[in-house]
Design a protein around this ligand. Structure first.
Ligand code: FAD
Ligand code: SF4
Length: 508
């Protein structure tokens, strides 16, 4: 019996049980296809990283003795579509069975399920052996409840996996140390040096370009630093745990013009392509606390992102698909201003955050949430357009993790299923957590003057516009109490200023 096994571009895990034994009757295939490069406009580095990672895994498998059929973008037999290529490969290999690992995106799940009708041999799907929870754990846990809070899910996973637990209680007698993790960064300790290795992918980039694949952002093809295989991903993880994790907690929410990554791990690409497993990342962080290398607040904060947020958003995605991307609870319809594609705006926080996203295909969480997403929500940008932008620009963006973060957490477009209140702020928050305001054309202390920080008027205007939706939300009571104390003329000026900002949004 001959089996053909499909490996997707985000399934670059050489430790999967598929590869434990070498069997000449098993053929593996990986394919670089236009349907994957073109379903959204991607950052150049994202296309390079995935193809280079796929090529690396194919080479590893071949070295171990496996039979691999690798279809490059420019292979004449490549029909640029999974079903067409697999049907052809079933014939050429004489396969009488096709297997694939459970995909993480709904659109691929659908199209791979339909393969049975096209390839002419039985098709089966196996576990990708990556996640700590099942696709439906979140939906099962919250069945019948109106709000699906991450914190409840996170505690459940801590208990079932016994991570950071002392019997039935959390270590340190606290589930969550978030309150300790909100310091701005003033330059001390020094930001970590980027020790990741550089690769030259000019040749691959030339092939991608010669095929007319559209992209945006800087390719950095000759100085490319994202990991391309498990060994490199493990090196990056080790460096993070040794050198960076102890400060992760303190400066988790900080932002600075002096460091584009600060104390973040830069492991999301390796995790989302499955070069690393979430369990091994969590275990290495837990060990760092156990051996006294990193404080509990930092370790708990880091672990919460991975076995809390990451698993939780995946569960939200599978419970809400299809249709989640159409959510628009606040009825926001404004198109993205052109500077989302160039970073050229006088708002320094946005110019820095979008600028580094274009340069590195990376921004850390608070830049994504409290600068770019905050502005998009305050300005009433169309959540689906915002979702497509996030899905394209970040090196780690795959729909199952990006969509709930953007549509739910950042844009409140699901009406509060995921977030208990909108993540919005005025310029004061950005000023407190960053050094962006010092170099800005706008004045963060002004609300309605010519040079007033646009976040300020937009912030109050957002709550005024959406009063029927939010006025009764107990978590936003403070904002509405402040609004009732405002003089009527001030409210009028805020509304006028916000309208003026939105009319001139392309020139901000
Ligand atoms: P660190 O800050 O060092 O965190 C460690 C790990 O925790 C990350 O690698 C990631 O795997 C996980 N993590 C942290 N926060 C989240 C979260 N909210 N959801 C899921 N996992 C999390 N993350 C993606 O992996 N892909 C995306 O497409 C993506 N889109 C986002 C869009 C928006 C609007 C927002 C607000 C957040 C998004 N995130 C996304 C979450 C988070 O910003 C990134 O995971 C993180 O910035 C990756 O960088 P890092 O590896 O340095 O993370
Ligand atoms: Fe951003 Fe406003 Fe600060 Fe400028 S003043 S950096 S626009 S928050």
């Amino acid at each position: 019996m001959t089996t053909l096994r499909l490996i997707l571009g985000d399934q670059l895990n050489p430790t999967h049980r598929w590869f434990e034994t070498v069997d000449p009757d098993i053929h593996y295939t990986l394919m670089e296809i236009r349907s994957e490069t073109d379903y959204v406009l991607h950052h150049a580095q994202k296309i390079i990283a995935i193809f280079a990672g796929m090529r690396d895994l194919a080479a590893q498998l071949k070295r171990s003795g496996h039979t691999v059929h690798y279809l490059t973008l420019d292979d004449p037999s490549n029909q640029q579509d999974f079903a067409a290529n697999l049907t052809a490969l079933v014939k050429t290999t004489g396969a009488d069975r096709l297997q694939y690992q459970m995909p993480d995106e709904w659109r691929l799940d659908q199209s791979l399920q339909q393969l049975t009708q096209t390839v002419g041999v039985p098709v089966d799907c196996v576990d990708s052996e990556h996640f700590m929870t099942a696709r439906d754990t979140v939906a099962t846990l919250f069945k019948g409840r109106k709000q699906w809070r991450m914190e409840n899910f996170y505690r459940h996973v801590r208990q079932t996996t016994d991570v950071l637990m002392a019997g039935k209680q959390p270590v340190g007698d606290q589930w969550n140390f978030d309150a300790e993790n909100r310091k701005p960064w003033r330059g001390e300790p020094p930001a970590p040096i980027d020790r990741r290795r550089a690769h030259d992918h000019s040749a691959l980039w030339a092939v991608i370009q010669s095929h007319g694949v559209k992209s945006f952002g800087q390719a950095q093809a000759d100085d490319f630093r994202w990991p391309l295989n498990r060994a490199q991903a493990l090196e990056d993880l080790e460096h993070f745990i040794d050198q960076v994790l102890p400060s992760f907690g303190d400066f988790q929410d900080a932002m600075s013009v002096k460091s584009w990554r600060l104390f973040h791990a830069l492991i999301s690409f390796a995790l989302n392509t499955k070069m690393l497993s979430p369990r091994e990342v969590v275990d290495s962080a837990e060990r760092a606390w156990q051996n006294g290398h990193a404080p509990l607040a930092a370790v708990e904060g880091f672990i919460r992102q991975i076995m809390g947020w990451r698993e939780y958003v995946r569960g939200i995605y599978w419970s809400q698909m299809p249709g989640y991307e159409e959510s628009n609870a606040l009825e926001h319809h404004r198109p993205l201003p052109p500077w989302f594609w160039t970073g050229q705006t006088r708002m320094n926080c946005l110019s820095q955050s979008i600028g580094q996203s274009l340069e590195y295909a990376y921004a850390h969480h608070i830049q994504r949430l409290m600068v770019i997403g905050n502005f998009a929500l305050l300005a009433g940008l169309d959540p689906k357009a915002v979702h497509h932008w996030y899905l394209g620009i970040y090196i780690d963006a795959f729909e199952w993790v990006e969509m709930p973060n953007t549509v739910g957490m950042s844009q409140f477009a699901d009406g509060g299923l995921l977030a208990s209140k909108p993540y919005v702020s005025s310029g004061a928050y950005i000023d407190r957590m960053s050094d962006y305001c010092k170099g800005c054309h706008y004045n963060r202390k002004e609300r309605t003057t010519e040079k007033a920080c646009p976040f300020n008027a937009l912030y109050w205007d957002f709550y005024l516009r959406h009063e029927p939706t939010f006025a009764k939300n107990p978590r936003i009571g403070m904002a509405y109490r402040q609004i009732t104390k405002m003089a009527p003329d001030d409210v009028i000026s805020i509304k006028q200023k916000a309208a003026e900002i939105l009319v001139n949004i392309d020139q901000l």
